[in-house]
Design a binder for this molecule. Structure first.
Ligand code: SF4
Length: 351
């Protein structure tokens, strides 16, 4: 039965049959370390009878989260090294992240910001910190795009979102407002016409980037929520984390990319899973990720191709990690060798 509210307590997960009672002590240990929340929409999707259910794997705590590896870090993508003022990450010249909240509607077990999201303490950027963050952005004419991230910005009230979007839109140099969210999937009822209006500003482009990792997440309700945004003139892109046991086979990944495109959501990024603490059971090798990308390239429409990226630990930014089809790259005066999607190699003449 669908729960009537978000489940946050391990005992509630057991009561809702999302985990067996024998795992309660394990769930409690994990919940003491990392935030837990499963919305009714996600609880409804989890198949408790399937021990390998890709939805349960993403959202139900697991004792392996307590096993940390030396290479894992509390700030795996180096946000802190690029945070000039609270709430702002300024890693690339023309864009900033604006982290308005540390709260998400649901907490992903592989989250790269798991040491900061859903923790006790201040959930929202305070009015003073928000004013300082906006002053920082206003003072830098090179900032062309502001990415609302978090946490999940779409857990905020329409009033608060409208206020932030309006204040950003008042800056002549800010042309694009991008929202990173999982809400259309995990709590689709929040995407109301009022919320959609709050994200839009005259003369500015708003983009919404949806985080989803398995085709089953794109339920009828989730698709309707995305359509609400897109029909209002907000283009949507996707981001997916490559996760062992969730989407690390070509068919699952291909089905997801096709469904994104059918929903008018352009596949954007496939992220190699970050070195977040207690998440090694989710990570694949980069070689496997490249094999999956080759499988997509050969068999699925060009519209279905995300860019496979790795956030370089230490805050050095995102880089595409292939695969490359340029087999041998010699000086410009020489011939190149390039591989096609069937693995056959061809020569390309010098310029
Ligand atoms: S929605 Fe994003 S920020 Fe929130 S828990 Fe999931 S991965 Fe982390």
């Amino acid at each position: 039965m669908t729960p009537s509210r978000t489940l946050r307590d391990p005992a509630e997960l057991v009561d809702a049959a999302l985990a067996p009672a024998r795992r309660l002590a394990e769930l409690e240990q994990v919940a003491a370390r990392y935030a837990v929340a499963i919305t009714p929409a996600i609880a409804d999707l989890i198949d408790p009878a399937d021990p390998g259910d890709p939805l349960a794997r993403q959202f139900v705590p697991d004792a392996r989260e307590l096993e940390e590896r030396p290479e894992e870090a509390s700030d795996p993508i180096g946000d802190l090294a690029h945070s000039p003022v609270e709430g702002v990450v300024h890693r690339y010249p023309d864009r900033v992240l604006l982290k308005l909240t540390h709260v998400c509607a649901t907490y992903c077990r592989f989250c790269f910001r798991r040491e900061t999201v859903g923790r006790p303490g201040q959930a929202m950027l305070s009015p003073g910190a928000l004013a300082t963050a906006l002053t920082y952005i206003a003072a830098r004419a090179e900032i062309w795009e502001v990415i609302l991230s978090g946490g999940d910005p779409l857990v905020l009230s329409e009033r608060r979102l409208r206020d932030v979007v309006a204040r950003l839109a008042a800056m002549a140099h800010v042309k694009v407002i991008r929202v990173h969210t999982r809400v259309p999937v995990v709590d689709p009822g929040r995407i109301t016409p009022r919320l959609v209006r709050a994200l839009k500003a005259d003369g500015k482009a708003t983009y919404v980037v949806l985080h989803a990792n398995h085709a089953r997440e794109l339920t009828r309700e989730a698709r309707a929520a995305c359509a609400e945004l897109i029909d209002a003139g907000i283009p949507m892109l996707s981001q997916t984390v490559l996760l062992r046991g969730v989407n690390d086979d070509a068919k699952t990944l291909g089905d997801l990319m096709r469904l994104f495109v059918e929903c008018r959501i352009k596949p954007y990024y496939l992220h190699h899973a970050d070195l977040a603490p207690g998440t090694s059971h989710f990570r694949t090798t980069i070689a496997h990720g490249q094999d999956l990308m080759r499988a997509l390239r050969g068999r699925y429409s060009g519209l279905c191709q995300p860019t496979y990226v790795l956030d370089i630990p230490g805050g050095h930014g995102k880089s595409p990690i292939g695969p490359s089809y340029l087999v041998s790259e010699r000086p410009p005066s020489e011939i190149c060798e390039i591989e096609d999607f069937n693995g056959r190699r061809h020569l390309y003449p010098p310029a």
